[in-house]
Design a binder for this molecule. Structure first.
Ligand code: DAH
Length: 352
């Protein structure tokens, strides 16, 4: 065997030479890089890192074997080993950065709170057809200079009848028309049969002039059918001032008709009778197609009614009107049975 200085001496004990170790380092590095790249989470990466770079790693095993090499080979292999572990360490750091960025993105998506998002599934209700009609009527009258007044649904017999000139034997006071309440003396308290008693409350509540509308619920001892309900709604109007004439009444009715129904509607008054107005009239409105709709009653406030409320009829005059709201709302929306308005069937009500 020649002693050739160019051929590295085989290590003692017949172990692998420097070239074999370098090749093994290369395989370990390749394997480590593959495992680092395959780590799918920070935890997994930590386990891989300890496997490929830690105390029991292949690299560490090799490091222990460096001692068996000659100085030259030890330096060469040592450099390669150092470079390989540095490179794998750098790959771990890089992979960790990628995984952390991905995790952050995922977290941001998970915790996203979009304040502009419109969430469906919380349907808001809306006002009942009759309430809508009351509010529209109030708007129109307020636009004409009226204020809105209210009174109680349970009234005294005096306010509902007496002050309004209904004589004691008047048929309206009959048990069959009026719902009496078991309160106070017999027949002294009623569920109001119309909104007219609110006129009395307005007139006794302060000095004239008055320009008021009074919407509200009223009660009659009626059996429900397509055009009648025992509980329904009216709106009352009252104007008391100096020098108020029947022409003011007719003009107000017509101005209201045009404001509420439209400019192509007109109105007319027909002679009628009410105990609390003199003269009295019924008023109808004419649709653009020429047909008439009977709306309500009206008239000049009877002097006795003014007197009953402590107002001097020689100084003050006025007119009043009143009409039902339910039939009006029903007619406007093509509802042909009033009972449908009050059975609270949501499929019906949501149409309006
Ligand atoms: N209160 C009457 C009713 O329920 C309607 C009415 C007629 C009201 C004439 C008025 C009026 O103010 O002047 O039938």
């Amino acid at each position: 065997m020649t002693d050739d200085p160019d051929t590295p001496a085989a290590p003692e004990g017949g172990g692998p030479g420097a070239d074999d170790l370098v090749a093994e380092i290369g395989r370990l590095e390749d394997d480590a890089r593959v495992r680092v790249a395959a780590a799918g989470s920070a935890d997994e990466l930590r386990a891989v890192e300890s496997d490929v770079l830690g105390k029991r790693s292949g690299f560490n095993g090799l490091r222990k074997r460096l001692g068996g090499l000659d100085a030259e080979s030890r330096r060469t292999v040592g450099k390669v080993l150092h470079a390989a572990t540095e490179a794998v360490g750098a790959a771990v750091i890089e992979r960790r950065a990628v995984l952390e960025a991905a995790q952050r993105t995922e977290q941001l998506i998970d915790e996203r709170l979009d304040l502009t998002e419109v969430l469906p599934g919380r349907p808001a209700g809306h006002l009942h057809l009759v309430t809508q009609a009351i509010q529209e009527l109030e708007d129109v009258f307020v636009g004409m200079g009226f204020t809105v007044a209210e009174g109680p649904e349970v009234e005294t017999d005096w306010n509902n009848f007496g002050a309004l000139n209904f004589p004691p034997g008047h048929p309206a006071r009959d048990m069959y028309d009026t719902l009496y309440v078991d309160f106070g003396g017999p027949g002294s308290t009623v569920l109001r049969t119309h909104t007219s008693p609110v006129q009395v409350r307005v007139m006794t509540g302060g000095p004239p002039p008055y320009y008021s509308v009074m919407p509200g619920r009223v009660f009659r001892s009626d059996t429900a059918d397509a055009t009648h309900m025992p509980v329904f709604h009216q709106i009352e109007g009252l104007v008391v001032d100096r020098d108020i004439t029947f022409a003011d009444l007719a003009g107000t009715i017509d101005a209201f008709t045009k404001a509420y129904f439209g400019g192509d509607f007109t109105s007319r008054l027909r002679p009628s009778y009410f105990p609390f107005t003199e003269p009295s009239a019924e008023f109808d409105i004419q649709r653009p197609d020429g047909t008439w709709l009977e709306l309500g009653g009206c008239g000049m406030v009877h002097p006795d009614v003014l007197r009953n409320c402590g107002i001097d009829p020689d100084e003050w005059q006025g007119f009043a009107f009143g009409f039902g709201i339910d039939r009006l709302a029903a007619a406007r929306h093509g509802v042909d049975d009033l009972r449908d308005l009050f059975t609270n069937d949501i499929r019906f009500l949501t149409q309006f």
